[in-house]
Every structure is written in structure tokens, then in C-alpha cells.
Design a protein around this ligand. Structure first.
Ligand code: ATP
Length: 232
């Protein structure tokens, strides 16, 4: 098993009050799966993604990635884990405005131990011909392609996508989903997609649903379809 969460708990407090808690989260994921995480706003989806990505730490419980228990890593080793194993894709791209496409991707590659060729990555996401453009010269879908290239350039084993299509129209969103599927096939990257869009579960191997910080559904998608067939 590639990713294992055992009884993961995480609380946020304000003064003495607990404002949110993720409770007893346990699940295992095989390498190369696409997992969708669904749930209402405030149910803990991003919190869960941040724990897996080493942006935040559990209060108790364990997260194992391969044979590494990231809950027990020093801050320095957790940074290295994040840098070398994890790619993040966000709803609003977060590109650096005064760097061009190539440079935005290069920044990520430069901090990684085992980067992929920038040309290959930009070609994979269909942005090689626009490598000299700046973010403000690109459409939302193109900016998201660049942000996926940036995540991918690090050659991550895990891609964590938080509402990657949330800001895009249907056609562009579908292109991004097809791109994520292509990456999953080409690089065997394990991909988590946090989304409010239930249509996306169609292309996932696995569906995990949260409510108020707890898992209320965890199932294998036995009727998986290609991203091209996803409709809403
Ligand atoms: N650093 C923090 N400090 C305090 N509270 C936090 C912190 N991060 C998240 N929370 C709270 O934890 C709860 C869960 O947040 P989270 O972002 O994980 O939910 P979500 O399911 O991703 O929501 P959305 O769909 O709206 O993005 C929310 O009530 C949020 O306000």
C-alpha cells in the first residue's frame, strides 16, 4: 500500500474552543490511483490534503507514504518530503506574475531533487509554444496548465489538486481533467482531486466523502469512465 492514514486527528482551536476537528481518518491508497475527495464546504477536504502534503501536521495518528511515516519527520525532512514527492495544484493557479511560463515551471524544477525536463513537461501540458508568455497573457485554462506543469516538473509521486477546475468553464475544466488523467497514465502519479463537482467522481478510482471532519463514504468506483466522458 502506497499511502496509509491511521486514525488521523487534527483540531483547530480559537482560544479554548475547538472550531474544527478532523476525526479518526483512516484509509489506504494504492500507487497510481485517482482519488476524489468530496464534501460540503468546511468538511475538512483541504485540511486533509494539507496533512497528506506535509503543509500541516497531524495532532495524532500516522500518515505513511511508502515506508516513511511523515507524522514523525523533523520540520527539515518534512520540507524535503514536500519538495520531492508532492505537487500542488490550486483553484487559482498561484503563478508568479513577473515570470514567464518557462520560468514559473523552472522555479519548481530548481528546488527538486529529481526534476523532469522542462520542455517535456511543457509539451505534456500543451504549453511549450507559449513558454515565453506571462501569466496575464494567458486564459484561465492555460494558467492552470502551467500550474500543473509546475507541479509536475518536480516529478512528484503524489499530485494534490484542490478544486483544480473550480474557476473554469465546462469545456476548459474538461480539458484539465483529461490532462490530469493523461499525467496519471503517463507518470503513474497518484492524484487526489478535492472537488464540489460530483461529476468528477466518474473518472476516479476511489471516492472519499467527508462530512464535518469525518469520512462518511469511502468506495471504489467500479464504473470508472475516462475524463472525456465526464459531463455536467
Ligand atoms: N489554520 C486554521 N485555523 C483555524 N481553522 C481552520 C484552519 N484551517 C481550516 N480551518 C477550519 O477548518 C474547517 C475545515 O476547513 P477546510 O478548508 O479543510 O474545509 P473544506 O472542506 O476544504 O472547505 P471548502 O470546500 O470551503 O474549501 C473550516 O471550518 C475552516 O474554517
Amino acid at each position: 500500500m502506497f499511502i496509509q492514514l491511521h486514525n488521523v486527528n487534527k483540531e483547530f482551536t480559537s482560544g479554548k474552543n475547538v472550531v474544527f476537528s478532523l476525526r479518526n481518518i483512516s484509509f489506504n491508497v494504492n500507487k497510481g490511483q485517482i482519488i476524489t475527495i468530496l464534501g460540503p464546504s468546511g468538511s475538512g477536504k483541504s485540511t486533509l490534503l494539507n496533512l497528506i502534503g506535509g503543509i500541516d501536521r497531524v495532532d495524532s495518528g500516522d500518515i505513511l507514504i511508502g515506508d516513511m511515516n511523515i507524522s514523525k519527520l523533523s520540520d527539515k525532512d518534512l520540507t524535503l518530503y514536500r519538495r520531492n514527492k508532492i505537487g500542488f495544484v490550486f483553484q487559482f493557479y498561484n503563478l508568479i506574475p513577473n515570470l514567464n511560463v518557462y520560468e514559473n515551471v523552472e522555479v519548481a524544477a530548481n528546488i527538486s531533487k529529481n526534476p523532469l525536463s522542462l520542455e517535456k513537461v511543457l509539451d505534456s501540458v500543451g504549453m511549450l509554444d507559449k513558454k515565453d508568455k506571462f501569466p496575464q497573457e494567458l486564459s484561465g485554462g492555460e494558467q492552470q496548465r502551467v500550474s500543473i506543469a509546475r507541479a509536475l516538473a518536480k516529478n512528484p509521486e503524489i499530485l494534490l489538486c484542490d478544486e483544480p477546475t473550480g474557476a473554469l468553464d465546462f469545456k476548459t475544466a474538461k480539458e484539465i481533467l483529461m490532462l490530469l488523467e493523461k499525467i496519471n497514465k503517463e507518470y503513474n502519479t497518484t492524484i487526489f482531486i478535492v472537488t464540489h463537482n460530483t461529476a468528477i467522481i466518474g473518472m476516479a478510482d476511489r471516492i472519499i466523502r467527508l462530512r464535518s471532519g469525518e469520512i462518511v463514504e469511502d468506495k471504489i468506483n467500479s464504473a470508472k469512465i475516462s475524463a472525456e466522458g465526464v459531463e455536467w
